[in-house]
Design a protein around this ligand. Sequence first.
Ligand SMILES: Cc1ncc(COP(=O)(O)O)c(C=O)c1O
Length: 288
Amino acid sequence: IVTDPALMVVPFDDHMVHRGHGVFDTAAIVEGKIYDLEAHLDRFIRSARTSRLTLPCPREEMRELIVATTAASGKRDGSIRYWISGGPGSLGLAPATGAEPGFFVMIFAGLAYPDTWFSQGLRVMTTTYPIKPALYAVTKSTNYLPNVLMQLEAQEAGLDNGVFVDADGNVGESSNMNVAFVTPGGVLKHPRFDHILSGCTSLRLLELARGLVGSRLSGVEVCDIPVSEARGAREMLLIGSSVKVAPIVEWDRAPIGDGKPGPVAHALRELLEQDMRSATDRLIDVPY
Ligand SMILES: Cc1ncc(COP(=O)(O)O)c(C=O)c1O
């Protein structure tokens, strides 16, 4: 473990660097505890398998290394990002025979978003970049080129982020976050996870949202969401480990609902923040 970032090095011939043959995941540190690490490890290991990456060590050992690195960092709030790489030794398309996979863990402050995202909401656009084919979208590999291009395109248009739409005209996801909608009838609808990343935050929120059925919501559904239907939503939400829940108030220059942050976004954000602090079965103590 090194505490000087300059000393965290990756061999340049590691297959992750020059061929994008690596997977990663990011979990949150909240008040000195790691939130929902098991869900993130499930996805991480699934992504490694799909990418034909050899696990560097058993899951338990990866968890221990993540916890130990967090403890060494002293950080009580922030993010943990970790990678499995193809390993060094080959500049070709296949990793070197017997290459030792890399396992890297980094603790950092976490991505920061403007306060206005939460107080006033975000403005997004449908990206002109094609959505990843399902196999690659469900795999959290280090190839984020479409996601990066989408973010840059939105930024250049003076907007906050983009949204991928699939070939059938259904809503996909955003650059590093999922999206969901509240229909005019009060149903929370989330796109199916078969062609987008299984957001750990979305999966947890869908459970928590059931607690709002009967008050702020009339139902919760995971289904295909045609763009034409989505545009008529009462609320549109951006969901992810770093942003938690943020209201989207404008999409392709047209308002969502009344164009103001809605009550479900607010209620879900509160539920999630509470869960991140109090769901003892999802929190790992860090031995600082
Ligand atoms: C493409 C993409 N979609 C969705 C998400 C949201 O996932 P999570 O809630 O696990 O942060 C992420 C973040 O990892 C992402 O990169």
